[in-house]
Design a protein around this ligand. Structure first.
Ligand SMILES: NC(=O)c1ccc[n+]([C@@H]2O[C@H](COP(=O)([O-])OP(=O)(O)OC[C@H]3O[C@@H](n4cnc5c(N)ncnc54)[C@H](O)[C@@H]3O)[C@@H](O)[C@H]2O)c1
Ligand SMILES: N[C@H](CO)Cc1c[nH]c[nH+]1
Ligand SMILES: [Zn+2]
Length: 428
């Protein structure tokens, strides 16, 4: 991992370091636009062609039904079921508290305003399944969708080599009460859920992480259709802030945990101690070769780096510019610096809080903004699956109280019909 000294970096060096996955030559965009156009034009038959081209599977139908999911799920062991159920329970507990009723507010006597939640009716969940199959992502999307009360939940995931989904995905579908999974991956899945095909319904909002093709498709369809998206949640990333109190072997384990996701993942260490940083790099070299996904992790680590800073506050300044999907504070002093976090998707505090806990089972959601979108987006939550509709009610006293204000403001904007809608009530 290349090491930089923060004090020697210019503003433009820092800009370059914090930038990522920008598809400068529009290569990904060109591929994805063609896929979207084909799905729009040829619907299901394009989806079958892409399954053959990208997933190397010849499908005779595009979905698995409940009976098929039940059959596939039989392969799970008791331990695996218990682990999925524990994760389900923790994620459910954490997300359930997000469904809150808001108070009504009387802004002036007789004028009452409030908001009520309504679920988004049709949602589409994308469950990645290219280089690794992620049943945990299915839990992270399906649980808040169920808590929110969404009426129709459409699920797409790439077919595996046997033309099915794996047993864990099937089991999670049954846990969530989902009866159908469409065997469609990549940008073609996003296009199908955004435009609709003969088999796959068009949805109101698409959720879920994915590789660069998936993420690019989501950002494109967001501007070309009426389907919304949760956020750009692309290749995984982690930034670890560490000081002398950090444990190098833990730092290395956390960096590698995100690096093994994909060759385009990024793992950054920002450390106040050159000695700890050196030991962490040595640990990465020690731990990496024994990983089954060592080749992938190595490429991601080669695309990662270390920054040495003179203080935790300088480290936090860098992190806020990077806006990481995951921020780990590997320091015993974490309580002193959490207040200065401005941009991050999800934060892991102290030496005993591995990011993997949040990936699977602590309760928080692992679908998070990447590529610096944490500057403006939050991760998935129950809020992502609802609309908040405003309501108001005005009494006779209220219309008299608010009337003059509305009349003057309407007048100053030259909108006389607006003024009249109030005056007519007060003058009758
Ligand atoms: N940000 C988050 O919250 C979060 C959470 C989990 C995973 N992730 C990320 O999700 C990603 C999952 O990626 P993945 O690839 O394993 O699975 P994926 O399901 O996102 O993508 C696989 C699909 O990509 C398509 N594809 C592959 N090569 C293509 C090509 N050359 N042209 C067009 N389409 C092509 C295929 O249709 C394939 O089915 C990883 O980068 C991981 O880091 C992010
Ligand atoms: N770290 C990923 C989010 O970037 C989520 C995940 C799923 N499985 C393991 N990890
Ligand atoms: Zn992960």
């Amino acid at each position: 991992m290349k090491t930089y000294n923060y004090s020697e970096l210019t503003t433009s060096d820092i800009q370059k370091l914090v930038q990522r996955n920008v598809d400068p030559a529009n290569e990904i965009r060109t591929i994805v636009e063609e896929v979207i156009a084909n799905v729009q034009l040829h619907g299901d038959s394009a989806l079958l062609d892409y399954a053959l081209k990208f997933d190397k599977v010849e499908l005779n139908k595009l979905y698995l039904d409940r009976a098929e999911l039940e059959e596939i799920a039989k392969a799970i062991s008791a331990d695996q079921k218990t682990a999925l159920e524990t994760a389900y329970s923790n994620i459910y507990k954490f997300h359930q508290t997000q469904l809150k009723t808001e108070d009504k507010v009387e802004t002036m006597p007789g004028v009452t305003c409030w908001r009520e939640l309504r679920p988004i009716e049709k949602v589409g969940l994308y469950i990645p399944g290219g280089s690794a199959v992620l049943p945990s992502t299915f839990l992270m999307l399906g649980i808040p969708a169920r808590i929110a009360g969404c009426h129709e939940i459409v699920v797409c995931s790439p077919p595996q080599k046997n033309g099915k989904v794996n047993a864990f995905i099937a089991y999670v579908a049954l846990m969530l009460g989902i009866d159908k999974i469409y065997l469609v991956g990549g940008s073609q899945a996003i296009a199908a859920m955004a435009y609709g095909t003969a088999s796959i319904p068009k949805v109101d909002k698409i959720f879920g992480p994915g590789n660069q093709f998936v993420t690019k498709a989501k950002t494109i369809i967001q501007s070309t259709t009426t389907t919304a998206i949760d956020m750009p949640a692309g290749p995984s990333e982690v930034l670890v802030i560490a000081d002398e109190s950090a444990i190098p072997a833990y730092i290395a384990a956390d960096l590698l945990a995100q690096a093994e996701h994909g060759i385009d993942s990024q793992a950054v260490l920002v450390c106040t101690s050159a000695d700890v940083a050196q030991k962490a790099i040595a640990e990465v070299e020690k731990q990496l070769p024994v990983l089954p996904r060592a080749e992938i992790a190595k490429m991601a680590i080669d695309n990662s780096y270390v920054v040495i800073t003179s203080s935790l506050s300088e480290a936090m300044g860098f992190s806020n510019q990077y806006a990481p999907e995951h921020l780990i504070l590997a320091t015993q002093s974490w309580e002193q610096i959490t207040g200065s976090i401005i941009n991050a998707g999800s934060v892991f505090l102290g030496n005993l809080t591995p990011e993997s806990a949040g990936d699977y089972a602590s309760g928080t959601n692992h679908t998070l903004p990447t590529s610096s979108y944490a500057r403006a987006y939050s991760g998935v939550s129950v809020d992502s699956f609802v609309k908040k509709i405003t309501f108001q009610h005005i009494t006779r006293e209220g219309i008299q109280n608010i009337g003059p204000t509305v009349e003057i403001l309407a007048e100053l904007e030259g909108l006389h019909a607006h003024r009249n809608a109030v005056s007519i009530r007060n003058n009758s």
